[in-house]
Design a protein around this ligand. Structure first.
Ligand code: GLY
Ligand code: MN
Ligand code: MN
Length: 456
């Protein structure tokens, strides 16, 4: 947990921003996996963590914006609870630990809120138990607070130095996971066994995963969470996986490498395009530039590279404007990163990633751009271009000759079975440009081949 002054200052700042009323933040409860006493791994709500730091289930907090005093609601464990779960510190001691002035049992929450005359601010709920709690507290009249949502987004978007250190500590573990994956992959090995080694490394070093690992020979399936394949020489492996720090900050890294340890010339050609897409995008990652401009520049580099290989034709700017690159690069360049891997997405993807009032494109590809807005010093974002050969999409577009002025389908069809390549890094926007966070993780063709030969 961060020291309590950091949490007190965060709560004071949100009071200044929201200006009036009560702020009600709910913490998470255990979620049953298949029956109540067999629960999914507990993960505290990120907003609750950000303002209160307490990683225990069954807590809620109310912050009074006038007095800046807070009340922690929760119940001490019963004697029976202690038999099954062991003891934990009291609710009063939790409050003291994080600089919260008062504590009360959960049974007092409803009365506390209903006796307040004034606005009660709360955030959108993403779990059924919270939706039910809000319905019962507010008599089915649920109005999330625009002021609170925009103030939380503004505050959490700018990462303080201690948050950057958290992401970097997660990346220390992630770097080892990725190197382990490169060094344990070879012909005949199962994806599952490598995932086990990577995740085992994180767990045995006191870390958990920030999201379900993607580790697959079918990298063209963007969020592929199956690990049942045997890998074969000639195939590529896409590894999108990241650890969480001790204070629950995420890391989110992708590397793509050949099962055999040596890229084929065709794999080198596509890999080099994705590498250049990332380099070009990174050049634009500085305060004042929009992330959309970096996304469009990466897309243009993709078209130039694919033109050189004879898969596309026409003017690259025109191709990007028409969305032709999205056959190969159908997702956005990246997203915010912080306590959540897609940071704050629970508060509304457009509110986090787009300027107020600016329209999100409905063009295939650009529509999936989660972050578009102007970059500010203090943002932490991912930069994750990719090129994929998705058989279903190629057939679908080819069947109507979609954007045939830009796409040479007979050539593209020869790449069905190639898979996909993505390269993803975590980037801190600074006053003067940006820094790539964490230790170097083999990324150039020669770094990857050296690591896979066991020499890294
Ligand atoms: N790891 C999921 C993503 O990169 O968005
Ligand atoms: Mn990502
Ligand atoms: Mn990722």
């Amino acid at each position: 947990m961060f020291e309590k002054n950091i949490l007190i200052n965060r709560r004071s700042r949100i009071c200044d921003e929201v200006q009036s009323g009560l702020i009600f933040l709910y913490g998470n409860n255990p979620v049953p996996m298949n029956y109540p006493s067999n629960t999914l791994r507990f993960r505290q709500d990120s907003n609750f963590l950000y303002y209160c730091g307490l990683d225990f289930p069954g807590l809620n907090v109310i912050i009074d914006t006038d007095s800046k005093r807070s009340v922690l609601f929760g119940d001490d464990l019963t004697s029976d609870d202690i038999v099954w779960e062991g003891s934990r510190i009291s609710i009063m001691d939790m409050a003291i630990r994080v600089g919260i002035e008062e504590s009360m049992p959960t049974s007092k929450l409803e009365q506390y809120l209903s006796s307040y005359i004034g606005k009660i601010h709360y955030l959108p709920a993403y779990r059924a138990d919270h939706i039910n709690l809000l319905k019962s507290l507010f008599k089915n009249n649920i109005h999330t607070s625009k002021e609170l949502i925009s103030s939380v987004i503004a505050q959490r978007s700018i990462k303080a130095p201690e948050e950057i250190l958290e992401i970097e500590s997660a990346l220390e573990i992630t770097a080892e996971m990725h190197k382990l994956a490169m060094q344990n992959s070879s012909d005949g090995v199962t994806e599952q066994s490598v995932v086990g080694k990577m995740e085992g490394y994180a767990l045995s070093n006191g870390s958990r995963l920030a999201y379900p690992s993607i580790f697959t020979i079918n990298g063209e399936i963007l969020h592929n969470n199956n690990y049942h394949n045997f890998m074969k020489n000639g195939q590529l492996l896409l590894n999108d996986s990241g650890a969480e720090s001790s204070n629950y900050y995420a890391s989110d890294i992708t590397r793509t490498f050949p099962v055999s340890g040596k890229f084929s010339s065709q794999q080198k050609e596509i890999y080099s395009i994705v590498f250049k897409m990332q380099e070009a995008a990174l050049k634009l990652c500085k305060a004042g530039n929009s992330f959309k401009s970096a996304h469009l520049e990466a897309s243009r580099i993709a078209v130039e590279g694919l033109k050189n290989l004879g898969l596309m034709r026409g003017d690259p700017d025109n191709a990007v404007q028409n969305g032709a690159h999205a056959l190969f690069f159908p997702h956005g360049l990246g997203h915010m990163l912080g306590l959540d891997v897609h940071d704050m997405e629970g508060l509304g993807e457009d509110l986090v990633g787009y300027e107020f009032g600016s329209d999100r494109s409905d063009q295939f590809g650009l529509a999936y751009l989660r972050l578009s807005k102007e970059l500010k010093s203090g943002f932490v974002i991912t930069v994750e271009p990719g090129i994929y050969f998705i058989p279903h999409l190629i057939e679908d577009w080819a069947s109507t000759n979609k954007l045939v002025d830009f796409i040479i389908y007979d050539e593209v069809k020869k790449y069905k079975g190639f898979g996909g390549i993505r390269i993803e890094d975590n980037v801190h926007i600074t006053e003067n440009g940006h820094e790539i966070l964490g230790p170097n993780i083999p990324k150039t063709i020669s770094e990857i081949e050296t690591c896979m030969a066991g020499n890294a």
